[in-house]
Structure formats: structure tokens, C-alpha cells
Design a protein around this ligand. Structure first.
Ligand code: SF4
Length: 727
């Protein structure tokens, strides 16, 4: 609350939520934020969405952890109260901004000093390493943390724990996109910034509810449409952005490959492709051409995706006419997790890449590929090495020269074998191969698929240390909890979806005894025999940048007020590189590669027992597992309750009224939540956002993985609906 007697000071920083990375000026009185305003920047032109403008109050919430906690002896074996809490509150309303923690959760822990907590974590992790080997340890870092924290975290796991079992939530959002991009064009990053949509003749948005998940980026798309860009939207749900579309194709869940193969069939048949570009800059076109011409006529594609053959032709024509053979036109493709979160997510992304390659739409203004990154620093956390198969900047673990470079920098021998991914680590915890974990800022209990299995896995660990700002559902299973700092309580760099590296500046002091995350990592590392002596985070950034190509010209003191894009040709360059790959790709042949993909159905299809398809996602007001936004009074007041979006005809069929409570079950569990009748989904499909712990959508989801990106199939599983009265 504002006190008129106290002075107000301003701090220029960025938004803690999504990958758009809006520039914000925070106003504070004493140690309290009182207001946030959009700041002029190429990223947001001063605009903010509701989360950036009002969603900062979580940092002052009474639930903040302010002292290290150690589990009490009489709270073993671990239970975690989440499932009990869930059944007791399932389907009930609660006070907005109040959290659903059962107060008894705190009873399981006692307060401790930092010395005691850090010593205990170091000694337990070291003893597990001695007894079961280094690969019995694992760490989850966070895409909410800065580049510096991500770099230090993976350094601790690789050089201190001496395992590559380090991963983070990019595994759950775009690992399949990155697998496809690396395989085809040699780089996982976006080729063009999102604001470049203003130069596009055609904008394709697919598998992305952009107005909810990247709201300010969506304003640039709407602006482009007003200025003449043709908008094509392909999705299983009808979002607000569809109102602006020239074509809206509501495909059947999981049918993306068939749809895009159908579009490519028409493009090739009609000659709406760029033969010169294909000849000069690509390889393996013939195998793709053969597949789509033989098997994916619009009529055949339509049988799978449900879009009329003439509409497939019309969409291909819009792309073909706007991007004429020989170049001259432009198309920018945006995609989100509707593309990536499938067991065929890599195939979906391969199709989008092929679409751009065959029309010559990469490497020029308004033309390219932009997988919209979710978290504020998911690009940076990946760049900084929170990935089990590569060092920072995607450098090979097994290349002896690269391995030698990191061994020299970190002063210890390193393991060349790839580590396990997020879901594989949880499986390892369940089968006893993973014994000890350090989790920084992630909440796998709510974010990972098949939550009941995750619960058993977390309870099965010999030792778990969690570092967070709240006692999350995952922290309920911890042996030790480190109280960390919120985004507003530390300085560091964050890399947005455009590859823009921006400085987040400290606004507030951390509460109580909580510490900045980088300091906690350094303290733990020292106790585990890997000294980390940095004076401040700019030194950490300098070490990270010196080991990479992409960041090597960047420093804290040469990032301008609106940051810089990597790669940045020299330290004094004004803004970095806007568009990548106009002069070839970073592949062995310097060419982009077509990968032909046939349609494969999802792994669990509807049947008599579970006749509906569940797809999960997010809403505008909430953020991922809700640990921040559900503690934000303005945001949680707007959207306080878990819900399922169900087509009105399915509601009728199940005897449901709009707003009543419904039980949704899958082969893995059941939840109770509010039923909302909306025709934004097709009959036979329901949508549930995954933010709500009292009705966690991930109780229902299937933990099967894409074979390339190892991403789970969050966007498709079979479920059933039952009115509560049927219990
Ligand atoms: Fe924050 Fe994203 Fe909203 Fe911008 S669009 S204010 S970065 S949540």
C-alpha cells in the first residue's frame, strides 16, 4: 500500500514472467514495490500485460520462506501432503491470493541455521555419491533463474556432483523444437525477433495461444495484421487471436503432421516453392517431396486433421502467393507447445521447418522460425547449460577439445556421457537409481506428467534439497529447504525469446535470512569440494561468456538499457544480430536439411472407457505451477478456480450444467473441478489449465516421451467425464 509520506524510487528492470521479456520500471517505497510501468524498449514499446503490470505482489506474500528448514525426524517416511490436500480442497473455492497449503505442511520442518542446512546437504549428497556413484545424483535448475544462476548450477552438478544429470523445464516445453532445429538448421534459437512480424507478408501461428501466453508479442501480431500481414492460425482451440486470422484451421488434436504435409503437398504440386533456394541452401528435399506427394493429398490429410481439402488448398495458396518462387515474399512462423508437447513433437517442428525451407523463408526480414519461449529465461537457462546432453552454448560433451576447455576452466575431470532428462530422472528416483537431488526453483510435482508417479518418486529419494521462495508442493518432500530470493531481490541477466540478453536489476532486499540464489549455490559448492569464489554476478557472467561463442562479446556493463541480442558481432555493437542464417546454416554442409515425417497418432487414444481427449495449457492470469501468480491478489482474484473447458454438446451429453463440478479421470488418476461450457474446443476434446494444485491437470497426463526431444505428451491423453452425482 502507498504511504504518501515516504519517498518513491524507481528501478528499471524487466518482467519476471514470460519469454517476451518486457522492460518495466518498478516503483518502490522502502522495501515494497508499489507500482510497475511498461518501459520503452524494442521488446514491448512500453506495453505490459496483466501479469507484468499487477503480478509482482507475490514477492511480499506472507508465505515467503525466510529461514532454512530441515525435516523433523518424526516426519519420515515422507508422505507429502499434497494428495491429501488435493482431495480435501478439490472443487472448492478459496480466498483469492490465499494459498492452499495445509498448515500442517510446516509441521514437518524445523528452522535451522544456514551453516547447519548447507553442511547437511553437502554431507548427505557426498555420502550418496560415495555409496552409489556420482550418477545417483541429479539436479533440476530453473528457467526462472538468471543466466548466472543457471551457469553456476550446471557447473556445480557437472563439476561438483560430477554427473551430467542436470536438466530444467525446457525439457517440458520446447525440447522437441530444439531437437528438430538442431537437426535441420544447426541451431535451436529463433531466427528472427517477434517484432519482425511487421515485415512479414504471412504470419503463421500454430499451437500457441499467444494472447494468453505471450500477450505483448500478440499485440505485435495484431498490429501487423492491421497493416496487411495475412494471418494463418492452426490450432486445436479457438483463441482470441483467431478473430484476426485470414484462415483459422481448427485441426484435430495430434494431427499437425498430416495437416502440414497436406499443405506442403499443395505447395509442391502448384510450384509455389522456391526451387533456387532449395537448390542452393538445402538438402534431402527429394525424400520429403516423395512422401508428401505420394501420401498427403489434401483429401488424405483431411481424413486425419479434419480440415476440408479446399481449406488446406486455400491456406497453401495464401502461403504460396505471398512467398512467390524465386523469393520476394516473406513468412514468419510462430509456434508454441501445441506443436512441441507431443510424442511426435519433433516431427511437428520438422514440418514447420520444412515449410519455411521449401518456400525460402529463412534468413531475411519477415521470414523465419520463432518457437515462442515460455519462461522469462528458458532461452538463457538452455544457453547456460542446464541441459544433460551439452555444455553451455550447446557445446558437445564428448568432443575432447571442448571437454578439455571446460575441465581447464573448472579445474576437475568431467564425464563425457550424456545425463538423464527431467522425466528420466523422476523415473530413476522411482526405481532407486537416482538417490539424491538438488532442485532449484522447479516444481515437478505440478509441472511433470503423471503427478501421482512423481509423488512416489519424490518420496522415494534418499535425500532431497529444495531451493525456493515458497514451500512448494515439491518442497513438501524435501529433507532440507533453502529460502531463496525472488526475481526482484537480485541482479542478473535473462535472455528472452528473441535471444535478447537483458539485465534484471535488484529492486528489493531479500526477506529474513533468505539469500540470493547464486550465493547459495556457491556456498554449497564450496562444501562439496568445488570452490566458487566470485565477488558479484558480473564475474559469473564473464566466466560463462568467455566459454561460449554466442555470449563472448557481452558483459554486464555493455548491455544497453534494452539489452542486446546474441550473437553480437563486437562488444560495442548497438543491438546484436536481428536475423540469423541469411548466409547459410551452422550445419556440417552449411545447408538446411529437410526431414520427411509421416503422421503418427498420439500414444493413448480415446476408447469406450476414456472417450475424450484432454489437452492442457495455460491461462493469461496464471503462470505455470501457480506458486507466484496464485499468491498474487490481482491475478488470482480474476481467475481463482480450477476449471475444464468442455464443448456445450459434450456438456449436454454428460448431463452437465455450466459451472457445476465435474470429475475428470484418466488411467492415472482423477480430479474434480468446475465445468465451463465453451465452443472454443471441438466436441470430444476438453482443455484444462495446469496451474491449480487442488485439481492438477498433470494427475491425468501421460508420461510417454517423444523419442528425440524426450518431451512428454502433455497435449494428448484419453479421459472421461462424470458428474459428481455419479460418484
Ligand atoms: Fe511480462 Fe510476458 Fe506480460 Fe510482458 S507479455 S508483461 S514479459 S508476462
Amino acid at each position: 500500500s502507498l504511504d504518501v509520506e515516504l519517498p518513491i524510487t524507481s528501478v528499471d528492470s524487466v518482467c519476471p514472467y514470460c519469454g517476451v521479456g518486457c522492460a518495466i520500471t518498478y516503483q518502490k517505497q522502502e522495501n515494497q514495490i508499489v507500482k510497475a510501468d511498461g518501459r520503452e524498449s524494442p521488446v514491448n514499446h512500453g506495453r505490459l500485460c496483466v501479469k507484468g503490470r499487477y503480478g509482482w505482489d507475490y514477492t511480499h506474500h506472507a508465505d515467503r520462506l525466510t529461514t532454512p528448514l530441515i525435516r523433523r525426524e518424526d516426519y519420515y517416511p515422507k508422505q507429502g501432503l499434497s494428495t491429501d490436500v488435493q482431495s480435501s480442497v478439490s472443487g472448492k473455492r478459496r480466498k483469492p491470493g490465499g494459498i492452499i497449503l495445509d498448515e500442517h505442511v510446516y509441521d514437518a520442518f524445523r528452522e535451522a541455521t544456514w551453516e547447519e542446512a548447507l553442511d547437511l546437504v553437502a554431507s548427505r549428497l557426498l555420502s550418496i555419491k560415495d555409496e552409489f556413484g556420482r550418477n545417483a545424483l541429479a539436479g533440476f535448475g530453473s528457467a526462472k533463474c538468471s543466466n548466472e544462476e543457471a551457469y553456476l548450477f550446471q557447473k556445480l552438478i557437472r563439476a561438483g556432483f560430477q554427473t551430467n544429470n542436470v536438466d530444467h523445464c525446457t525439457r517440458l516445453c520446447h525440447s522437441s523444437s530444439v531437437a528438430a532445429l538442431m537437426e535441420t538448421i544447426g541451431s535451436g534459437a529463433v531466427t528472427n525477433v517477434f517484432a519482425d512480424v511487421q515485415n512479414a507478408d504471412v504470419c503463421l501461428v500454430t499451437g500457441s495461444n499467444t494472447t494468453a501466453n505471450h500477450p505483448v508479442a500478440a499485440t505485435f501480431i495484431k498490429e501487423a495484421v492491421k497493416n496487411g500481414t495475412k494471418l494463418i492460425i492452426v490450432d486445436v482451440r479457438k483463441f482470441e487471436l483467431a478473430q484476426y486470422a485470414d484462415h483459422f484451421a481448427q485441426i484435430r488434436p495430434g494431427s499437425d503432421v498430416a495437416f502440414y504435409n497436406g499443405v506442403m503437398h499443395v505447395l509442391i504440386r502448384e510450384g509455389w516453392i522456391d526451387e533456387d533456394y532449395i537448390a542452393e541452401h538445402t538438402e534431402d528435399f527429394e525424400s520429403l517431396k516423395e512422401l508428401v506427394l505420394e501420401r498427403y493429398s489434401p483429401e488424405e490429410a483431411s481424413k486425419v486433421c479434419g480440415i476440408a481439402p479446399d481449406e488446406i488448398r486455400a491456406i497453401a495458396q495464401t502461403i504460396g502467393k505471398a512467398t512467390p518462387p524465386g523469393g520476394g515474399g516473406s513468412m514468419l512462423v510462430f509456434w508454441g507447445m501445441g506443436i512441441s508437447q507431443h510424442t511426435h513433437g519433433t516431427d511437428n517442428a520438422r514440418c514447420l521447418i520444412s515449410l519455411c525451407l521449401m518456400t525460402g523463408n529463412i534468413g531475411k526480414p519477415g521470414s523465419g522460425l520463432h518457437p515462442l519461449r515460455g519462461q522469462n529465461n528458458v532461452q538463457g537457462a538452455s544457453d547456460a547449460g542446464l541441459i544433460p546432453i551439452v555444455y553451455p552454448d550447446y557445446q558437445s560433451l564428448s568432443d575432447p577439445a571442448i571437454k578439455g576447455k571446460f575441465e581447464k576452466a573448472w579445474g576437475v575431470p568431467l564425464d563425457p556421457e550424456p545425463g538423464l532428462t527431467v522425466v528420466e530422472i523422476m523415473k530413476g528416483a522411482l526405481d532407486g537409481t537416482i538417490r539424491g537431488m538438488y532442485i532449484l526453483g522447479e516444481n515437478p510435482f505440478l509441472s511433470d506428467p503423471n503427478a501421482n508417479k512423481v509423488r512416489r518418486a519424490l518420496a522415494n529419494l534418499d535425500f532431497l534439497a529444495v531451493q525456493d521462495i515458497f514451500l512448494t508442493e515439491t518442497a513438501e518432500f524435501a529433507d532440507v529447504i533453502f529460502p531463496a530470493s525472488s526475481f526482484f531481490e537480485k541482479t542478473g541477466t535473462y535472455t528472452n525469446t528473441d535471444r535478447r540478453v537483458q539485465l534484471g536489476i535488484q529492486v528489493l532486499d531479500p526477506p529474513g535470512q533468505s539469500l540470493q540464489d547464486w550465493k547459495i549455490i556457491c556456498e554449497l559448492s564450496r562444501r562439496m569440494g568445488l570452490p566458487m569464489d566470485y565477488q558479484d554476478v558480473s564475474e559469473v557472467f564473464a566466466e560463462f561468456a568467455s566459454l561460449t561463442e554466442s555470449y563472448k562479446t557481452l558483459r554486464h556493463d555493455n548491455l544497453s538499457e534494452s539489452g542486446k541480442l546474441w550473437p553480437c558481432p563486437d562488444p560495442e555493437h548497438e543491438d546484436g544480430t536481428q536475423i540469423l542464417f541469411g548466409d547459410g546454416f551452422p550445419t556440417n554442409s552449411s545447408r538446411g536439411r529437410f526431414v520427411a515425417c509421416g503422421y503418427e497418432p498420439a500414444k493413448e487414444l480415446p476408447d469406450e472407457e476414456y472417450p475424450l481427449v484432454l489437452t492442457t495449457g495455460r491461462v493469461l492470469q496464471h503462470w505455470h505451477t501457480g506458486s507466484m501468480t496464485r499468491r498474487s491478489l490481482p491475478l488470482d482474484t480474476i481467475e481463482p478456480e480450477a476449471f475444464a473447458v468442455i464443448h456445450p454438446e459434450d456438456m449436454k451429453r454428460h448431463g452437465l450444467q455450466d459451472g457445476e463440478q465435474v470429475r475428470v479421470s484418466s488411467r492415472r488418476g482423477e480430479i474434480v473441478l468446475q465445468a465451463r461450457a465453451q465452443a472454443s474446443v471441438e466436441e470430444g476434446t476438453i482443455f484444462i489449465p495446469f496451474h491449480f494444485r487442488e485439481a492438477s491437470a498433470n494427475i491425468l497426463t501421460n508420461d510417454v516421451l517423444d523419442p528425440y526431444g524426450r518431451i512428454p505428451e502433455f497435449k494428448y491423453c484419453a479421459v472421461r467425464l462424470d458428474p459428481l452425482s455419479a460418484a
